[in-house]
Design a binder for this molecule. Sequence first.
Ligand code: NAP
Length: 240
Amino acid sequence: MTKVALVTGGTRGIGAPIALALKDKGYTVVVTYHSNEGAARKFQKDTGIPVYQWDISDFDACQNGMKEVFKNHGPIDILVNNGGITRDGVLHRQSTDHWNHVIGTNLTSCFNMTRSVIESMRERGFGRIINISSVNALKGQVGQANYCASKAGMIGFTKALALENAKKGITVNAIAPGYIDTDMVRAVSEPILEQIIKTIPLGRLGQAEEIARAVVFLADDHAGYITGETLNINGGLVCN
Ligand SMILES: NC(=O)c1ccc[n+]([C@@H]2O[C@H](COP(=O)([O-])OP(=O)(O)OC[C@H]3O[C@@H](n4cnc5c(N)ncnc54)[C@H](OP(=O)(O)O)[C@@H]3O)[C@@H](O)[C@H]2O)c1
C-alpha cells in the first residue's frame, strides 16, 4: 500500500511543489485549499492530485473534511501543516480580528488537523508530521507580532508532539523557511523586498522547490531518527 500524504494549502505557493515532490516520490497525495477556486481547479487539472476545500482554522470543518478524505483515500501517513496567512500591522494598531485570524489559520489549524490524524497514526505505529513555520518565528519581524507568535507556537507544538509520540513511530518536525518566492512574499512592497534581499547572505529569495525537497527528506522512512527538530532553510539569514 502506498503511503498517503496530505498537504494543507497545497494548491499554490510552497504547498504545490511540496505536493508534487511527494507525488513524484510515489506517495498518494491529497491537498486542501481555502478560497482560491481558480488556483485549486488549475492545480487539480495540471497534476491529477485531488483537492479538498475547507477552512483549516475551523475545527469542525477539519473533522468533516477529513472524514471525506479518509473515506476516499484511507488513513493519513504524512501530514504537512503548510496552509497559512499574514495580516501585517504593528501591534499598537492591530485589530483583534487580524490577531485571531492569523493565530487561528497558522497555529490552531495545526491542532485541528493533527487532532484528526494522530490517534490513527498512533494505532498504526507510523506517522510523519511536518509543520511549516517561518524564519520570523526565530528572529521576529516588525509588523508581524501575530505571525511570529503563530509560527513560534508551531515550533513549541512540534517539540511537544514529538515527545508525546516518539514511542509510536511518529516523527514531528518543523521547517522554518526564510523568504520564499511566492504570492505571500510578492505581496510585500518592492522597496521593502529589495531591502530584505540585501540582508540575506545568499542574496536571493528561496524557491518553493527548495522547501519541498526538505519535506520529502523528513517524510522518508529513513528520516525516522529525526524528531522535534526545526530545519532552517533561509539562505543564511538566521543560523542556529
Ligand atoms: N513564502 C514565504 O516566504 C514563507 C516564509 C516562511 C514561511 N512561510 C509559510 O509557508 C506556508 C505557505 O506559504 P506560501 O508562501 O505558499 O503562501 P501562499 O502562496 O499565500 O499560499 C497559502 C496557502 O494556504 C492556504 N490557506 C490560507 N488560509 C487558509 C485557511 N483558512 N484554510 C485552508 N487553507 C488556507 C491558501 O489557500 P487558497 O489558495 O485557497 O487561498 C494557500 O493554498 C505558510 O504557512 C507560510 O506562513 C512562507
